[in-house]
Design a protein around this ligand. Structure first.
Ligand code: NAD
Length: 283
Protein backbone atom coordinates (compact mmCIF):
# COMPACT_ATOMS: atom_id res chain seq x y z
CA UNK A 1 0.00 0.00 0.00
CA UNK A 2 1.22 3.54 -0.76
CA UNK A 3 2.12 5.09 2.58
CA UNK A 4 2.95 8.71 3.41
CA UNK A 5 4.15 9.53 6.93
CA UNK A 6 1.36 10.85 9.13
CA UNK A 7 -1.36 9.18 7.06
CA UNK A 8 -2.82 6.14 8.77
CA UNK A 9 -4.90 5.29 5.69
CA UNK A 10 -1.91 5.50 3.37
CA UNK A 11 -2.81 8.67 1.40
CA UNK A 12 -2.40 9.13 -2.34
CA UNK A 13 0.66 9.90 -4.49
CA UNK A 14 -0.65 13.37 -5.37
CA UNK A 15 -0.89 14.47 -1.71
CA UNK A 16 2.01 15.99 0.21
CA UNK A 17 3.13 14.03 3.27
CA UNK A 18 2.30 15.38 6.72
CA UNK A 19 5.35 15.31 8.99
CA UNK A 20 4.77 15.56 12.70
CA UNK A 21 7.22 17.77 14.70
CA UNK A 22 10.11 15.45 15.65
CA UNK A 23 10.19 17.01 19.11
CA UNK A 24 6.61 16.03 19.82
CA UNK A 25 6.29 12.44 21.03
CA UNK A 26 3.02 12.93 22.91
CA UNK A 27 0.83 9.84 22.78
CA UNK A 28 3.71 7.58 21.76
CA UNK A 29 5.07 4.69 23.83
CA UNK A 30 8.71 3.56 23.83
CA UNK A 31 10.29 0.40 25.21
CA UNK A 32 14.04 0.75 25.79
CA UNK A 33 16.05 -2.27 26.90
CA UNK A 34 18.98 -1.56 29.21
CA UNK A 35 17.70 1.88 30.18
CA UNK A 36 18.66 1.91 33.85
CA UNK A 37 21.99 3.48 32.91
CA UNK A 38 24.11 5.15 30.21
CA UNK A 39 22.83 5.51 26.65
CA UNK A 40 19.48 3.77 27.29
CA UNK A 41 18.64 6.09 30.18
CA UNK A 42 19.61 9.13 28.09
CA UNK A 43 17.27 7.97 25.29
CA UNK A 44 14.50 7.37 27.83
CA UNK A 45 14.94 10.99 28.98
CA UNK A 46 14.87 12.17 25.36
CA UNK A 47 11.51 10.43 24.85
CA UNK A 48 9.95 11.42 28.19
CA UNK A 49 11.01 15.07 27.94
CA UNK A 50 9.19 15.23 24.58
CA UNK A 51 5.97 13.86 26.01
CA UNK A 52 6.33 10.15 25.25
CA UNK A 53 5.59 7.35 27.71
CA UNK A 54 8.41 4.92 28.46
CA UNK A 55 9.01 1.38 29.68
CA UNK A 56 12.41 1.23 31.36
CA UNK A 57 14.35 -2.02 31.66
CA UNK A 58 17.72 -3.08 32.99
CA UNK A 59 19.68 -4.34 35.93
CA UNK A 60 20.45 -2.45 39.10
CA UNK A 61 19.48 -1.73 42.68
CA UNK A 62 15.63 -1.83 42.80
CA UNK A 63 15.32 1.27 44.99
CA UNK A 64 17.62 3.26 42.72
CA UNK A 65 15.66 2.14 39.65
CA UNK A 66 12.41 3.16 41.33
CA UNK A 67 13.91 6.57 42.15
CA UNK A 68 14.91 7.05 38.50
CA UNK A 69 11.47 5.91 37.28
CA UNK A 70 9.56 8.19 39.66
CA UNK A 71 11.82 11.20 38.95
CA UNK A 72 11.41 10.79 35.17
CA UNK A 73 7.65 10.43 35.50
CA UNK A 74 7.29 13.49 37.78
CA UNK A 75 9.71 15.79 35.95
CA UNK A 76 8.32 15.04 32.48
CA UNK A 77 4.64 14.53 33.33
CA UNK A 78 4.46 11.25 31.40
CA UNK A 79 3.87 7.62 32.33
CA UNK A 80 7.08 5.71 33.07
CA UNK A 81 7.00 2.01 33.91
CA UNK A 82 9.75 -0.50 34.63
CA UNK A 83 9.97 -4.11 33.47
CA UNK A 84 12.72 -6.30 34.93
CA UNK A 85 13.16 -8.67 31.94
CA UNK A 86 16.55 -10.32 31.89
CA UNK A 87 17.87 -9.97 28.32
CA UNK A 88 19.42 -13.44 28.67
CA UNK A 89 15.91 -14.93 28.56
CA UNK A 90 13.92 -14.71 25.34
CA UNK A 91 10.54 -15.29 27.01
CA UNK A 92 11.15 -12.42 29.46
CA UNK A 93 12.14 -10.13 26.58
CA UNK A 94 8.84 -10.94 24.85
CA UNK A 95 6.96 -10.26 28.12
CA UNK A 96 8.57 -6.80 28.35
CA UNK A 97 7.20 -5.84 24.94
CA UNK A 98 3.72 -7.24 25.74
CA UNK A 99 3.80 -5.33 29.06
CA UNK A 100 4.18 -1.99 27.20
CA UNK A 101 1.03 -2.64 25.19
CA UNK A 102 -0.83 -3.96 28.21
CA UNK A 103 0.19 -1.16 30.62
CA UNK A 104 0.46 1.84 28.30
CA UNK A 105 -1.92 0.84 25.51
CA UNK A 106 0.44 0.82 22.53
CA UNK A 107 4.01 0.47 21.30
CA UNK A 108 5.50 2.97 18.86
CA UNK A 109 9.23 2.84 19.49
CA UNK A 110 11.40 -0.15 20.36
CA UNK A 111 15.02 0.50 21.26
CA UNK A 112 17.21 -2.59 21.53
CA UNK A 113 20.01 -1.14 23.61
CA UNK A 114 21.03 -3.52 26.45
CA UNK A 115 24.59 -4.65 26.09
CA UNK A 116 27.61 -5.99 27.90
CA UNK A 117 31.28 -6.36 27.06
CA UNK A 118 34.14 -8.73 27.89
CA UNK A 119 37.72 -8.04 26.86
CA UNK A 120 40.00 -11.07 26.46
CA UNK A 121 42.18 -12.74 23.82
CA UNK A 122 40.11 -15.15 21.75
CA UNK A 123 42.06 -18.27 22.79
CA UNK A 124 41.33 -17.50 26.46
CA UNK A 125 37.84 -16.12 25.95
CA UNK A 126 35.50 -17.79 28.50
CA UNK A 127 32.68 -19.72 26.80
CA UNK A 128 30.09 -18.45 29.29
CA UNK A 129 31.01 -14.83 28.48
CA UNK A 130 30.71 -15.59 24.75
CA UNK A 131 27.21 -17.06 25.27
CA UNK A 132 26.09 -14.15 27.46
CA UNK A 133 27.28 -11.48 25.04
CA UNK A 134 25.59 -13.16 22.06
CA UNK A 135 22.36 -13.58 24.08
CA UNK A 136 22.19 -10.04 25.51
CA UNK A 137 23.74 -8.02 22.66
CA UNK A 138 22.22 -9.95 19.72
CA UNK A 139 19.50 -12.50 20.52
CA UNK A 140 17.49 -10.16 22.79
CA UNK A 141 17.18 -7.84 19.78
CA UNK A 142 15.54 -10.68 17.86
CA UNK A 143 13.15 -11.62 20.70
CA UNK A 144 12.03 -8.02 21.32
CA UNK A 145 11.63 -7.22 17.62
CA UNK A 146 9.65 -10.40 16.99
CA UNK A 147 7.24 -9.49 19.79
CA UNK A 148 6.93 -5.84 18.71
CA UNK A 149 6.14 -6.37 15.02
CA UNK A 150 2.51 -7.61 15.34
CA UNK A 151 1.68 -4.67 17.66
CA UNK A 152 3.29 -2.13 15.32
CA UNK A 153 1.64 -3.67 12.25
CA UNK A 154 -1.78 -3.45 13.92
CA UNK A 155 -1.10 0.25 14.68
CA UNK A 156 0.07 0.95 11.11
CA UNK A 157 3.38 2.51 12.20
CA UNK A 158 6.51 1.66 14.15
CA UNK A 159 10.13 2.55 14.74
CA UNK A 160 12.81 0.04 15.74
CA UNK A 161 16.23 1.41 16.66
CA UNK A 162 19.06 -0.98 17.46
CA UNK A 163 22.04 0.37 19.34
CA UNK A 164 24.91 -1.38 17.58
CA UNK A 165 28.41 0.12 17.75
CA UNK A 166 31.36 1.20 15.63
CA UNK A 167 32.26 -2.42 16.44
CA UNK A 168 29.31 -3.46 14.26
CA UNK A 169 31.30 -2.12 11.30
CA UNK A 170 34.96 -2.64 12.22
CA UNK A 171 36.83 -4.82 14.72
CA UNK A 172 39.28 -4.33 17.56
CA UNK A 173 41.38 -7.05 19.15
CA UNK A 174 40.19 -8.79 22.36
CA UNK A 175 36.49 -8.12 21.72
CA UNK A 176 35.56 -11.15 19.59
CA UNK A 177 32.11 -11.82 21.05
CA UNK A 178 31.10 -8.15 21.16
CA UNK A 179 32.27 -7.51 17.58
CA UNK A 180 30.52 -10.67 16.34
CA UNK A 181 27.27 -9.73 18.13
CA UNK A 182 27.29 -6.12 16.90
CA UNK A 183 28.00 -7.16 13.28
CA UNK A 184 25.05 -9.54 13.73
CA UNK A 185 22.82 -6.70 14.93
CA UNK A 186 23.55 -4.77 11.74
CA UNK A 187 22.69 -7.78 9.56
CA UNK A 188 19.49 -8.35 11.53
CA UNK A 189 18.58 -4.65 11.19
CA UNK A 190 18.83 -4.86 7.39
CA UNK A 191 16.68 -7.99 7.20
CA UNK A 192 13.92 -6.58 9.43
CA UNK A 193 13.93 -3.34 7.41
CA UNK A 194 13.36 -5.23 4.16
CA UNK A 195 10.60 -7.38 5.63
CA UNK A 196 8.66 -4.37 7.00
CA UNK A 197 9.40 -1.76 4.33
CA UNK A 198 5.75 -1.57 3.20
CA UNK A 199 4.29 -1.58 6.73
CA UNK A 200 5.37 1.96 7.73
CA UNK A 201 7.77 0.36 10.22
CA UNK A 202 11.46 1.21 9.98
CA UNK A 203 14.43 -0.56 11.52
CA UNK A 204 17.81 1.15 11.78
CA UNK A 205 21.04 0.84 13.74
CA UNK A 206 22.99 3.57 15.50
CA UNK A 207 26.71 2.87 15.68
CA UNK A 208 28.24 4.97 18.45
CA UNK A 209 31.94 5.42 18.98
CA UNK A 210 33.09 5.60 22.60
CA UNK A 211 30.60 7.19 25.01
CA UNK A 212 31.50 7.77 28.66
CA UNK A 213 29.24 5.22 30.41
CA UNK A 214 29.78 2.40 32.94
CA UNK A 215 30.44 -0.17 30.15
CA UNK A 216 33.47 1.90 29.06
CA UNK A 217 34.84 2.52 32.58
CA UNK A 218 34.96 -1.25 33.08
CA UNK A 219 36.65 -1.70 29.70
CA UNK A 220 39.39 0.74 30.60
CA UNK A 221 40.23 -1.46 33.61
CA UNK A 222 40.02 -4.71 31.57
CA UNK A 223 42.11 -3.34 28.69
CA UNK A 224 44.75 -2.11 31.14
CA UNK A 225 44.96 -5.65 32.58
CA UNK A 226 44.95 -7.44 29.19
CA UNK A 227 47.46 -5.12 27.54
CA UNK A 228 49.64 -4.49 30.63
CA UNK A 229 49.13 -0.71 30.36
CA UNK A 230 48.10 2.00 32.84
CA UNK A 231 44.45 3.17 32.79
CA UNK A 232 45.56 6.65 31.62
CA UNK A 233 47.48 5.11 28.70
CA UNK A 234 44.48 2.96 27.74
CA UNK A 235 42.18 5.99 27.73
CA UNK A 236 44.55 8.07 25.57
CA UNK A 237 45.96 5.44 23.20
CA UNK A 238 43.34 2.66 23.04
CA UNK A 239 39.95 4.20 23.76
CA UNK A 240 40.26 7.71 22.34
CA UNK A 241 43.14 6.62 20.08
CA UNK A 242 40.67 5.33 17.49
CA UNK A 243 38.36 8.34 17.74
CA UNK A 244 39.72 11.20 15.57
CA UNK A 245 37.87 13.89 17.56
CA UNK A 246 39.84 12.70 20.65
CA UNK A 247 36.81 13.09 22.85
CA UNK A 248 33.87 10.92 23.88
CA UNK A 249 30.62 10.98 21.90
CA UNK A 250 27.91 12.48 24.13
CA UNK A 251 24.54 10.92 24.86
CA UNK A 252 22.89 14.17 23.63
CA UNK A 253 24.53 13.61 20.24
CA UNK A 254 23.08 10.09 20.16
CA UNK A 255 19.65 11.40 21.20
CA UNK A 256 19.80 13.74 18.17
CA UNK A 257 20.03 10.96 15.58
CA UNK A 258 17.62 8.81 17.58
CA UNK A 259 14.91 11.52 17.54
CA UNK A 260 15.33 11.88 13.79
CA UNK A 261 15.00 8.13 13.23
CA UNK A 262 11.83 7.78 15.31
CA UNK A 263 10.20 10.84 13.73
CA UNK A 264 8.08 11.00 10.57
CA UNK A 265 11.02 12.71 8.84
CA UNK A 266 12.97 9.47 9.34
CA UNK A 267 10.43 7.45 7.34
CA UNK A 268 12.81 6.76 4.44
CA UNK A 269 15.80 5.93 6.62
CA UNK A 270 15.53 2.15 6.69
CA UNK A 271 17.95 -0.72 7.18
CA UNK A 272 20.78 1.77 7.63
CA UNK A 273 23.62 2.07 10.13
CA UNK A 274 24.36 5.57 11.39
CA UNK A 275 27.94 6.10 12.54
CA UNK A 276 28.11 8.61 15.38
CA UNK A 277 31.75 8.01 16.18
CA UNK A 278 33.74 11.21 15.67
CA UNK A 279 35.14 9.80 12.42
CA UNK A 280 36.44 6.48 13.79
CA UNK A 281 35.08 4.29 10.97
CA UNK A 282 36.07 6.82 8.28
CA UNK A 283 39.67 5.70 8.75
P1 NAD B 1 25.75 0.71 30.33
O1 NAD B 1 26.54 -0.38 30.98
O2 NAD B 1 25.66 2.04 30.99
O3 NAD B 1 24.27 0.22 30.04
C1 NAD B 1 23.95 -1.11 29.71
C2 NAD B 1 22.51 -1.36 30.10
O4 NAD B 1 22.19 -2.72 29.77
C3 NAD B 1 22.26 -1.22 31.60
O5 NAD B 1 21.00 -0.62 31.83
C4 NAD B 1 22.26 -2.65 32.09
O6 NAD B 1 21.52 -2.84 33.28
C5 NAD B 1 21.61 -3.33 30.91
N1 NAD B 1 21.83 -4.77 30.93
C6 NAD B 1 22.99 -5.46 30.95
N2 NAD B 1 22.75 -6.77 31.03
C7 NAD B 1 21.41 -6.94 31.07
C8 NAD B 1 20.55 -8.06 31.16
N3 NAD B 1 21.01 -9.31 31.25
N4 NAD B 1 19.21 -7.84 31.17
C9 NAD B 1 18.72 -6.57 31.10
N5 NAD B 1 19.49 -5.48 31.01
C10 NAD B 1 20.82 -5.66 30.99
O7 NAD B 1 26.40 0.87 28.89
P2 NAD B 1 26.03 1.83 27.66
O8 NAD B 1 27.28 2.39 27.19
O9 NAD B 1 24.90 2.73 27.97
O10 NAD B 1 25.58 0.73 26.59
C11 NAD B 1 24.33 0.71 25.97
C12 NAD B 1 24.48 0.09 24.58
O11 NAD B 1 25.33 0.94 23.79
C13 NAD B 1 25.13 -1.29 24.59
O12 NAD B 1 24.50 -2.12 23.64
C14 NAD B 1 26.55 -0.99 24.13
O13 NAD B 1 27.14 -2.09 23.51
C15 NAD B 1 26.30 0.15 23.18
N6 NAD B 1 27.48 0.98 22.89
C16 NAD B 1 28.12 1.64 23.91
C17 NAD B 1 29.24 2.40 23.60
C18 NAD B 1 29.99 3.18 24.66
O14 NAD B 1 31.09 3.64 24.37
N7 NAD B 1 29.45 3.35 25.84
C19 NAD B 1 29.71 2.47 22.29
C20 NAD B 1 29.04 1.77 21.29
C21 NAD B 1 27.92 1.03 21.61
Amino acid sequence: MFQWPGKKDGGSETERPVYRDPNDLKGQVAVISGSTSGIGLALARAVASRGGDVVLNGLGDPSEIERTRAELEASCGVRVRYHAANMLKGDEVGDMVAYAKHQLGRLDILVNNAGIQHVEAVEKFPADQWEKIIAINLSSTFYATRAAIPIMKAQGRGRIVNIASAHGLVASPFKSAYVAAKHGVIGFTKTVALELAQDNITCNAICPGFVETPIVSKQIEDQARTRGMSKEQVLKDVILGSQPTKRFVTTDELAGIFLYLVSDLGASANGASFSIDGGWTAQ
